[in-house]
Design a protein around this ligand. Sequence first.
Ligand SMILES: Nc1ncnc2c1ncn2[C@@H]1O[C@H](COP(=O)(O)OP(=O)(O)OP(=O)(O)O)[C@@H](O)[C@H]1O
Length: 257
Amino acid sequence: MSAPLLEASGLDLRFGAVRALDGVSLDIHPGEVVAIVGESGSGKSTLLRVLAGMTAPQAGQVLYRDASGLRQEIGALSEAAKRRLMRSEWGFVHQNARDGLRMGISAGGNIGERLMAAGGRNYAAIRAAAADWMARVEMDPARIDEAPRNFSGGMQQRLQIARCLVTEPRLVFMDEPTGGLDVSVQARLLDLIRGLVAELGLAVFFVTHDIAAARLLAHRIIVMRRGRIVEEGLADRVLDDPRHEYTQLLVASVLSA
Ligand SMILES: Nc1ncnc2c1ncn2[C@@H]1O[C@H](COP(=O)(O)OP(=O)(O)OP(=O)(O)O)[C@@H](O)[C@H]1O
């Protein structure tokens, strides 16, 4: 197997008396999709933010192997270096599309801006790429000049995904990417994400409450409870043969829902 893209070890983070992360270690390999599941408050979003360098852990480290093969400790990078990484090799899809879009500029501008941040300068080519990406996420490219507020929640989420993927990052973090959307919209969006992730060979960490989404998208599942990893393994194994009592409860609560 190829060397890990990202390796986290011994991550600890407390908020007062709450241990949001308690000795978390994990890794992800190129092209691997890892779902982080667990009940509300188990530390999923905190873990994602720490892995993406948005929040510093109180102990432990996150190492990232960049496109040139260099292993970098995320906590030791300057803010500018982290922003560069986020513009080029990484992407982040927020639960709320508004957190990942610029609401004041057009749909095409939202996608094109990320290409320009990555060094694109040819306006016609950027606009063509933006239109192409709108089509890839099943949006109407004729609406390229419309502002995000004109689009439904599901369409805004598609736009956020297009903005994130247009630069073909190596590693994408997704925090409940279909949370808050209607169930029918969620299903189509999950299908779309699954297709794009496979086509681009992306490595993805994605946080979800939704065991069905984890089954659909993930190769591997990490189960968190009270800031700790209680179980991890291949998605089918974890869901069909959960070993930890807590995972059994999570899976059973979905089956009986
Ligand atoms: N900035 C913060 N200040 C104080 N406590 C926090 C902060 N962020 C998270 N916590 C606490 O840390 C714990 C883990 O929170 P986190 O948001 O990571 O859980 P989660 O599994 O993502 O939950 P949810 O599914 O509800 O988003 C919770 O008890 C939460 O209240």
